[in-house]
Design a protein around this ligand. Sequence first.
Ligand code: BGC
Length: 855
Amino acid sequence: MTLVHVEAPVFEHHHDPLGIGESAPRLSWTVATELPGWRQQAYEIELSDGTATGRVESAESVLVPWPGGELGSRERRGARVRVYGRDGSVSDWSPWSWAEAGLLEPADWTAGAAAPPLELLGLPDGPALLLRRDFTVRGPIERARLYVTAHGVHETEINGRVVGDDVLAPGWTSYGHRLRYRTHDVTDLLTEGANAIGATLADGWYRGRIGFRGGKTDLYGDRTALIAQLEIAYADGTTDVLTTDGSWRCASGPVTAASLYDGEKYDARLLPSGWSGPGFDDAAWLPADALPHDPALLVAPTGPPVRRVETLAPVEVLTGPDGETILDFGQNIAGRLRIRVQGPAGHTVTLRHAEVLENGALAIRPLRDAAALDQYTLRGDDGPEEWEPRFTTHGFRYAQVDGWPGELDPASDVVAVVCHTDMRRTGDFTCSDPLLSRLHDNVVWSMRGNYVDLPTDCPQRDERLGWTGDIQVFAPAAAFLFDCSGPLSSWLADLAVEQVQEGTVPHYVPWVPLLFGNSPTAAWGDAAVLVPWTLYQRFGDLGLLGRQYASMKAWVDQVAGLAGENHLWDEGFQFGDWLDPAAPPDNPGKARTDHALVATAYHAHTAAVLAETAALLGHDSDAAHYAALAREVREAFRREFVTPSGRLACDTQTAYALALTYDLLDGAEQRERAGRRLVELVDQDDHRIGTGFVGTPLICDALCSVGAYDTAYRLLLQRNCPSWLYPVTMGATTIWERWDSLLPDGSVNPGEMTSFNHYALGAVADWMHRTVAGLAPAAPGYRRLRVAPRPGGDLTHASARLDTPYGLASVSWERDGETLTVTATVPPGTVAEVDLPGAIPQEVGAGTHTFTTTV
Ligand code: BGC
């Protein structure tokens, strides 16, 4: 009996490898075995084309180079793996995994862009338009693929059935440089003989309104279009290719308005029955305009699409102050409602959305200029009608339902549909304090709410932009909770191309010019260096560092130029320690910590990270150059901001957090003094948090780095405002933008920037995983684990589990008086350094281990 099993290998970061863009996809596999301390000695890969590596002496199992010839467009190839252990064990062959390449070359695209004619085009965010055409399937089919994308957002149907389950396809990338297409297997949707294909096309990010203070429209163009190529391979070896061109016919349809911010209006009476099926009479429809487009911009996805991930039933039906019906879904989400309604033709039901209630009514002021209002006008047939908007999402927990015909049954008539990028959930945390566990759940929900195709600041108001600073601080938590390696590598590709275009890292990516231009800003622009670095640490993807290297380097070089000879970055606009609790509601950047201190600290840190990156990639002279730069910036930081004994010129929690975690101090004495001062500052604030976006992810690590675990726990477990748990005590189900988005009296913070779903301040979750539960990477991709829980506060247990690239790892501990029992699971192929309080550190191999110690 074989004791070692290998799971089917994974191609790159794809868990659904249909239509991949990599012609030489790297392979990863995990091993399942009970053999204690199992380590890989060698592997063997076979491809379905007969390629066989034979035994390769290597411990690598994550992102192993493709061993065969490159995949051609449309080519499908299988791979399987077997492994040899250091202990002499040999596994079975893994099951086969199959990947199919998409269209890899621009020349593979013969489809033009079919654009609805100007006569039909309304104002931006106006009607969604229908496009269709008939076609014939000549005989038995072997396989059929639809390669599809849009200028705008689309939902495509074949013979009346929706293709795939993507939401808001093709999502939002930097359309001027990269437009994602998707490959769908549509073999089962086709029938021999007469067929039809149709698409509903809305403006989305391409043409619809984006941005605050009125925003802008037509940001990428003033014409929406569908780009689709249907390839039918027949059993007899012949192929038909049907593409978008001037032969498609267009009309308006039931969606009379569709806006990402404002919502969707749908008049069911206007749905042309059978329009996406064969035999529909489209003689009165208008021909599409065939517009040119650049197929070189079309890229395959590197991660999953946005999908409907979960539905939530209302937990309560409330009555507002004016008698309005308000549904509480018990959870703040990104998504929309699905209704089942019966009533007379032409009757309209209105759905409004909000994250919180104020005085019992929907608090819509925080949405600013996002109406978040959907309307459904009934067809009025006999049976119930089901509807869900398709071209919008909202950030909400509450929904007000106006004009419901008859009695609304909350058990069957309305659900909330949670929509976001369908990333694999990988990490979890729980502990004995229900408030802290809820805080962690809130972080998870904020990650979910802020990944509707890209990492955003918030999902509800007239913004929803890919703010670089927000994901920069949150990336370590994100990378634990979900497999975001594929989605974030796409976002980083956008960042890099826009950095070249803008001459600096944009404030948000994709960049669209709204109210202000770009200028380099610390912590935000540093995303160029720190997000790839985080992904490397967590997923072991060195290739990503290679791809981002030019972008990382350009950022550090630019900042070095700005800082000049004295290495202090003390000029130009900065967001600083955005939203520290002292910043007034109307001036979030007016935080207590000196902007120059924040910017110079970041400069030192990213220069040091770049030096390490350069060394890993074998750019030795760069490595030496950036290591020297980091040293010089550190010295400059100390000259300017640190007294010889270790106090800082700027006496704030964030300043000390930066100096301690970014290693900006000189020797143990300065560290000790700075640590003591940080503890004093936190004590003086009664253990309430005093940090904004910059200090918040660092402060607990900073305290722990000087042994002040107790202070870190008191800060973490504080319930008075401002603190992490205050929002939880106020009923928060997501992380708020401000420490006090809801004021203690229950009113909404008067600042115009008041979201209830912003993940940045939830960055502390990463520390909870690493230090409270005690599960951290000690080498890239968790090839070495660090098991080092530091129990504190009045917690009696905590645990974390993570699907690492090597398999499932977990740590859980229980405290009974002074006895601490820790159980750790170490995946095959890895080792863990176990460092427990009151015990000598040790190293253990794969398997599940239990340790007991006294605290
Ligand atoms: C966003 C933030 C963002 C910030 C930049 C805000 O409007 O919501 O999260 O990082 O602007 O300062």
